[in-house]
Design a protein around this ligand. Structure first.
Ligand code: WT7
Length: 655
């Protein structure tokens, strides 16, 4: 493991005075930080923090008896003995005073707007949970979902939570083959989809893709289709129509409350091996993390209109589009479509129109907006905005400052939030009340979380020294296991560095205790904030007939943060090199999905390897970044490979 990453070292800019901070709210915050110092050493105080939060923030049917317990082999239990229903927490508990409050506002790319109140959302969720129940879905089952960003997707998730069935939401950028792998891995009995979804004025035919994914699948018994009349599709015997099912079903129910550790959902993410892993999140701890962090980081108030732009198919969408804000009784805004469609300014138009007050997005989107020029956001009324958030990858100080000046108009703090699919909720972030902010730094761990920067043995690194970011104590919203593969969970996260949770990220901490994230230290790429495994892409590439060997690395990209750079060794060229490059791109699209299509493919004679046969990725990274080869070259098996790699530039076909 090396802490060297692809990211340019972030400069430590000066502090920015936070315009949102007042003496009152910053005093509250300082007290929290004071308390935090004590948690590190005292388990009692640490648990007492989480006990108080769980009592304050969640509705419990019956209270737990133990705040935290760690069982053998890294099995973690939070709030054992307690019972609650996550869907009840997001809906029913708001009905006495917020039943007519808007819960969801949706806008589609074609301009259609739909609004529902908490009462209406509650009714739809009860109906859909009855639909699932009537189809024989129980708390043992996994409901897979391949849907647009829509109210209906929120309904499916909350209906599953209500029924105690796990949902498995699959991002619509994944291909039929990726869906198939996921369905097979979790033996899903049902998949919910739509006829299609909008993407840049075209319709992506989701149902047709699902049909392809079912070839050779044995577990799926039914496909539910939310038919929006966007695109025609083949009707199969086991297809069920959303509208018909919802019409027929009754509104009555006998809600059940589930154990704190009852599984809530599984979500596949890329790791450092070729196979995506299904991370399992459970009910109470996850909901507490999402509820607490969204409440304080976005300082949620009753009149807020809150917009997190992430697709629900990623963890950000789970925690900060759906569960966190709804559990707090907020109004959420959803947009189905591409950011600058039909023209730049679409996002600012929606902020103006819907009076969005809290806006949470990704550096890659901000960089794209920067490239469109400041005139565009300046021509909209963005005065409703109060807090801006960033997530997914390190945000460069210049991007942070652009966001702060041109979107937040120097009124709104930017909260750079670091976390992962595995952590369930935000771990490192400023709270918006802090007196000062540092552009480019995610600030400090949130209350209740004990992070550190360490070497391979787990020893704390000194100030301003790069190391591995770890979490020293378990926390409620952490993933509990990898579906059907607990050994991989233990090995990946709990055994790499003794006694701590290993994040896979490099970081350093400055003299003020601020954390600076430096990117992944493993074979995981971060392209537009999407996580991709180099191994997964390599196995997709070598499954192409003429590819003998492949290696994938990341290189910096001005918009997407990192871009995918592939090196392939081929046995014969049966077509022109141009054809080969475009066929390979097509092949990766089919194998994994549109999000994994490489930007550069370089055909080489050989890959640089050590004497033991390990591909020397750092040399490939040097080449991809246009740098001369650096570091120790003594371990290379055949130095001539480097020469041929340099020559291969002529074959470097950027399309
Ligand atoms: C990886 C997790 C849950 C967030 C969405 C992506 C990178 C995430 C930041 C940030 C620097 C960040 C890390 C992390 N990352 N947020 N604010 N600053 N890096 O979730 O797909 O699980 O990816 O995204 O490398 O490990 P994910």
């Amino acid at each position: 493991m090396s802490t060297k990453s692809n990211f340019k070292s972030l400069t430590q800019d000066k502090f920015i005075q936070n315009p949102y901070s007042t003496d009152d709210n910053s005093a509250f915050f300082s007290q929290w930080r004071q308390d935090q110092k004590e948690w590190h050493d005292s388990n009692e105080k640490f648990e007492s923090f989480w006990r108080v939060q769980a009592e304050r923030l969640l509705h419990w049917k019956s209270k737990w008896h133990t705040v935290f317990a760690e069982k053998e082999n890294h099995k973690f239990n939070w709030f054992s003995g307690g019972k609650l229903n996550v869907s009840y927490n997001c809906l029913d508990r708001h009905l006495h005073d917020k039943s007519d409050k808007l819960a969801v506002i949706c806008e589609s790319e074609d301009g259609t707007v739909e609004k529902v109140t908490y009462r209406q959302l509650h009714q739809q969720v009860v109906r859909f949970s009855n639909v699932l129940k009537n189809l024989g879905i129980t708390s043992e089952d996994v409901v897979s979902v391949y849907m647009p960003m829509s109210l209906e997707l929120v309904i499916v998730m909350l209906a599953c939570a209500r029924l105690g069935a796990m949902h498995n939401v699959i991002f619509p950028g994944f291909s039929a083959e990726s869906i198939r792998d996921r369905l097979n891995d979790c033996s899903s009995k049902i998949i919910v989809t739509a006829d299609g979804t909008w993407r840049k004025g075209k319709v992506l035919p989701l149902k047709n893709i699902v049909d392809k994914s079912l070839v050779g699948n044995k577990s799926v018994e039914n496909v539910i289709i939310w038919d929006r009349g966007l695109v025609s599709y083949r009707k199969n015997l086991n297809d069920l129509d959303w509208h018909q099912l919802m019409q027929k079903v009754c509104l009555e129910e006998n809600i059940r409350f589930w154990d704190s550790e009852h599984p809530l959902f599984l979500l596949y993410t890329s790791g450092s091996t070729g196979k995506p892993k299904g991370l399992v999140h459970t009910s109470a701890g996850y909901l507490l993390g999402a509820t607490l962090s969204s409440r304080y980081i976005f300082d949620l108030h009753p009149d807020d209109i809150y917009w997190c732009t992430a697709d629900i198919g990623w963890i950000t969408g789970h925690s900060y589009v759906v569960y966190g804000p709804l559990s707090n009784g907020s109004t959420i805004f959803l947009y189905e479509g591409a950011p600058s469609f039909p023209k730049p300014g679409r996002f600012w138009n929606m902020i103006e129109k819907h009076k969005i007050s809290k806006f949470y997005t990704a550096p890659t989107a901000i960089r794209m907006f920067m490239s469109e020029g400041v005139k565009i956001p300046h021509s909209y009324d963005l005065s409703s905005l109060k807090i801006l958030g960033s997530v997914g990858e390190p945000i460069n100080p210049d991007v942070w400052l652009w966001f702060f000046h041109h979107i937040g108009q120097k009124r709104c703090p930017v909260v750079d939030t670091w976390w992962q699919t595995e952590t369930g909720s935000i771990m490192i972030s400023p709270l918006p009340f802090e007196k000062t902010l540092k552009p480019g730094s995610a600030s400090k761990p949130l209350p209740g979380l004990i992070c550190d920067i360490v070497d391979e043995k787990g020893n704390t690194k000194g100030t301003n020294t790069e190391g591995f970011l770890v979490v020293r104590k378990p926390w409620p919203s952490m993933a509990r296991t990898i579906y059907n593969n607990h050994d991989r969970f233990v090995e990946q996260y709990w055994q790499k560095i003794p006694g701590v949770y290993f994040t896979g990220d490099g970081a350093k901490r400055d003299e003020d205790g601020f954390y600076w994230l430096l990117g992944r230290v493993d074979d995981v790429l971060n392209v537009s904030g999407h996580r991709l495994s180099t191994m997964e892409m390599e196995s997709a590439l070598v499954s192409y007939p003429s590819v003998v060997e492949a290696a994938v690395v990341g290189r910096p990209d001005d918009i997407t943060g990192e871009a995918i750079f592939c090196f392939v060794v081929i046995d014969k060229i049966g077509c022109t090199a141009d054809d080969l490059v475009s066929s390979l791109k097509q092949h990766v699209r089919k194998k994994i999905g549109a999000i994994a299509v490489p930007k550069d493919i370089c055909i080489v004679e050989q890959l640089p390897k050590t004497r033991s046969g390990k591909i020397m990725r750092r040399l490939l990274r040097d080449h991809a970044c246009g740098r001369s080869f650096s570091g120790d070259l003594s371990t290379i098996e055949d130095r001539a490979v480097l020469k041929s790699l340099q020559k291969s530039k002529t074959l470097d076909l950027r399309v």
